[in-house]
Design a protein around this ligand. Structure first.
Ligand code: SF4
Length: 270
């Protein structure tokens, strides 16, 4: 297979995955240590961008240096703790914005909540700041971040205004909105691939980027390669890389025989 043929086939696989995206999105069901009811409820909460759009945004804000599933569980646990203590009457931003930062810090420090969040004080500050930004800039309604059919560039920039959200999470957030929630945007050109360790490993092994670059260069190379392969929606390659990295292409024992990318993979370094 030539390089061009491999890239073309990779795009076909990515388009096929996009077409067959399942609803609702599985945000936090792969957390064996959580009880089943909590997982189901937390997952339903994050998926409910119609009634509680800020839960999804707060999950994105929590997604730093931890397994994504723990980040998606966090809004549910924080909301529940505040409701149980009767500090809020419901989970709206109108209620959440009245909670002082010190209360968020104490909840994040509460070991009984099992948040599994790192750098607790910073995480509480990010949560508090996000609530305040949604209140002030989006008039208590987080869906205004994406509801006016903006350009993908605008939505990525809006996510980046949240304390703690950088390139990876902003593009991931917009990618999820488009892929899983079918939010309509004017274009998808600014939805870059969100480079994490799985995406990096798979793109290297596929032979689409050079293996020996340092991490910073590698990230730029991967983003550039995805743009070159499908400029109208570079983030389309995120899901096939991430899923493959997590399920088949492990660091030490890649399961190439079962991998859907086997026939296009150069298996560099394997
Ligand atoms: S074929 Fe093997 S090396 Fe290539 S992506 Fe799949 S699991 Fe990884």
């Amino acid at each position: 297979m030539t390089q061009q043929e491999r890239e073309k086939e990779f795009l076909t696989i990515a388009l096929h995955m996009l077409k067959n995206e399942k609803q609702p999105h599985n945000f936090c069901l792969d957390t064996p240590q959580e009880n089943e009811k909590d997982k189901q409820n937390a997952n339903a909460l994050i998926n409910n961008i119609t009634d509680i759009p800020h839960a999804f945004v707060l999950g994105c804000v929590m997604d730093a240096m931890i397994k994504a599933e723990y980040a998606w569980m966090a809004p549910y646990k924080i909301f529940n703790a505040l409701l149980a203590e009767k500090i809020i009457k419901n989970c709206s931003i109108n209620e959440l914005e009245k909670v002082p930062l010190s209360k968020y810090v104490s909840l994040f420090e509460d070991k009984s909540l099992k948040l599994r969040i790192r750098y607790i004080k910073k995480a509480a500050q990010r949560f508090y700041d996000a609530v305040q930004l949604i209140k002030c800039k989006y008039h208590f309604d987080a869906s205004k971040i994406w509801s006016d059919k903006p350009s993908s560039c605008d939505v990525v920039e809006r996510f980046r205004e949240f304390n703690g959200i950088g390139q990876k999470i902003s593009t991931m957030a917009v990618n999820i909105l488009v892929r899983s929630f079918k939010v309509k945007l004017a274009d998808k050109e600014a939805i870059d691939i969100s480079v994490d360790r799985h995406v990096m490993r798979v793109m290297k092994r596929l032979g689409f980027v050079k293996c020996n670059s340092n991490e910073g260069i590698l990230k730029k190379d991967i983003i550039g390669k995805a743009r070159q392969m499908y400029s109208q929606y570079p983030g389309i390659f995120d899901r096939p890389c991430f899923d493959t990295g997590r399920c088949y292409c492990s660091d030490k024992t890649p399961r190439c025989k079962n991998c859907s990318l086997n026939k296009i993979c150069k298996k560099v370094g394997v």
